[in-house]
Design a binder for this molecule. Structure first.
Ligand code: NOJ
Length: 560
């Protein structure tokens, strides 16, 4: 494996093309980060005013969720124009300024690329509808005649991932495919013109100076739609299709697209990086990084794990083994804009603690203190592991999920599944920056999703004054990590069944207690603990992680 070159004196990662291999990436969901113009929607002016916050965290990169012009049917993942900024969010000039401001602090910028589908307001989709059946314009998307005597039935009775049917009819009678909402028509990746268009998009952003892409639904894009379409049941039943040959998802041939993109990425110095969002099994995930295309894929396995040492150990072991096979460091993710915040997931007691979609009617009791303690513990655990970590805005404040009232929900997952799933609004509520003031400092014009009163307790300005706050913990952890994390190696330490402990190069280790009783710590100096209350007379309390510098000789396998 290639180790990141680190200057042992300054702790600075040298500017090399593998910057992402051990990077900590901070995700900004633009509409909910900070609102500079007081219209209730976060924007680039807001982000520019909060660059200091991002810098103070000590992250290596920022990933911007979509800021493109959009009807916001799916939170911006319905893109009207891939090469512009939504006027409610700002301008291309402001985006350039943000990139420059972050670059000035050595922070890279990754933008979200949404290649599986556009919005139905995209000029190419409008043209496809206007041009009619059989036209080259129409062939950029996936149109079909319907079944039934007059084509009045959809080509197949499939449901989209958002709940409503996956085929929608246009006025001339044809139907188009959309894996998500009907406002998100799928591109036809069998058409070379779609390939050419996305190469243009990649170059547009590469030339503007961004450092890489997060690839939305990277396991979508290419499809194999035979004349006779399978049923929904066939689509959903494992084993109906050969692995890699499912009609809609995770097809082997999607890697051809990414190999094509690689040529564009490599034309930049350093090359652009790309991370895949692909909810696939770990061994399939490998393909996204090992086929000469993308660099990384999100590892969602820990995100789905219950609070249990054995599961954590198994997943870490598996992820690290895969990383070694692919020569691509693992990635660790606990929260993003699609899942219940992990400070809430880990605090769900008396119910299924892994009920991360919080289905309606089954909302278990939430123990906020416990959730936060565990969230802080897993964050320290993940930051100690080799590989890169993705953090989601607000987790550095320990924010819990918000139960947004039904009538104020925005997510189509809630509305189009008839309220059966509560959707993802609860993790997208605008951030509390100040304990007082309009919208807790988010902006002067309210917040597009309602902020609860208890948000005041999590405000950044309050946490600033409290050395034991989650905000300070993140800063300290990231600062220490830069100094300590010089290589991609780790060795397990056996401290009992309820403990996840491992040693890292330079003689330091991370210990997490998943059990209910204190456990003795190895001999050494504690560098940082996720909760100082968990440290007592050489032992580590439940739900706590500690980083230590070990006494005695350094394990030669890990010496740097
Ligand atoms: C994954 C994104 O993260 C999610 O927010 C979106 O709804 C779907 N892809 C569709 O673009």
């Amino acid at each position: 494996m290639t180790d990141v070159v680190t200057d042992v004196v300054t702790g600075q990662v040298a500017p090399d093309e593998a910057w992402w291999r051990q990077a900590v990436v901070y995700q900004i969901y633009p509409r909910s980060f900070a609102d500079g113009n007081g219209d209730g929607i976060g924007d680039l002016a807001g982000m520019l005013s909060r660059v200091d916050h991002i810098v103070s965290l000590g992250v290596d990169a920022v990933w911007l969720s979509p800021f493109y012009p959009s009807a916001l049917v799916d939170g911006g993942y319905d893109v009207d124009d891939y090469m512009d900024v939504d006027p409610r969010i700002g301008t291309l000039d402001e985006l350039d300024r943000l990139v420059a401001a972050l670059h000035a602090h050595g922070i890279r910028v990754i933008v979200d690329l949404v290649p599986n589908h556009s919005s139905d307001r995209h000029e190419k989709f409008r043209a496809a509808v206007a041009a009619g059946p059989g036209s080259p314009e129409r062939d950029l998307y996936i149109f079909r005649d319907g079944r039934g005597e007059h084509g009045e039935l959809p080509p197949a009775q499939w449901s989209s991932l958002m709940g409503d049917p996956a085929w929608t009819r246009v006025p001339d009678g044809q139907w188009y495919l959309h894996l998500f909402t009907k406002e998100q028509p799928d591109w036809n990746w069998a058409n070379p013109a779609v390939h050419a268009y996305f190469l243009e998009v990649l170059r547009f952003w590469g030339d503007r100076g961004v450092d890489g892409f997060r690839v939305d639904v990277a396991n979508g894009l290419t499809k194999r739609l035979a004349a006779d379409l399978p049923t929904q049941e066939e689509l959903d039943t494992p084993g109906t299709f050969e692995v890699g040959d499912h009609p809609l998802f995770d097809r082997d041939d999607v890697q051809d697209v990414y190999r094509e993109w690689r040529e564009v990425f490599d034309a930049y110095d350093p090359p652009l990086m790309a991370v895949a969002e692909a909810w696939v099994t770990p061994d399939r995930r490998l393909r996204y990084t090992a086929s000469g295309g993308l660099d990384q894929a999100f590892g969602f396995d820990l995100l789905r794990a219950t609070w249990d040492a054995a599961s954590f150990r198994r997943i870490i072991e598996e992820s690290c083994a895969l990383a070694e096979r692919a020569d691509v460091p693992a990635t660790w993710v606990f929260s993003n804009h699609d899942v219940v915040r992990h400070a809430t997931r880990y605090g769900l007691v008396g119910g299924d603690e892994n009920d991360w979609l919080l289905s309606r009617g089954a909302h278990p009791v939430e123990d906020r203190d416990l959730g936060l303690r565990r969230a802080r513990a897993v964050t320290l655990l993940a930051l100690a592991l080799p590989g890169s970590a993705y953090l989601y805005q607000g987790e550095e404040l320990g924010l819990p999920e918000v139960m947004v009232p039904d009538d104020e929900r925005q997510d189509p997952v809630f509305w189009r599944k008839g309220g059966k799933e509560i959707g993802r609004d609860g993790c997208r509520v605008p951030l509390p920056w100040t304990k007082d003031g309009s919208s807790f400092g988010f902006g002067d014009g309210g917040a597009h999703l309602p902020q609860p009163e208890w948000f005041a307790r999590y405000a950044a300005d309050l946490q600033e004054q409290d050395p034991s706050s989650t905000l300070h913990l993140y800063r300290r952890a990231l600062a220490l990590r830069t100094r300590l994390q010089a290589a991609a190696r780790m060795e397990w330490l056996d401290l009992g069944d309820e403990v996840v402990a491992f040693q890292r190069p330079g003689g330091w280790c991370s210990v997490t207690n998943f059990g209910t009783a204190p456990v003795p710590l190895p001999q050494g100096t504690v560098l940082l603990a996720s909760d100082d209350r968990g440290l007592q007379d050489g032992s580590l309390g439940p739900d706590t992680t500690a980083w230590l510098r070990l006494d005695g000789p350094v394990d030669p396998a890990l010496d740097v």
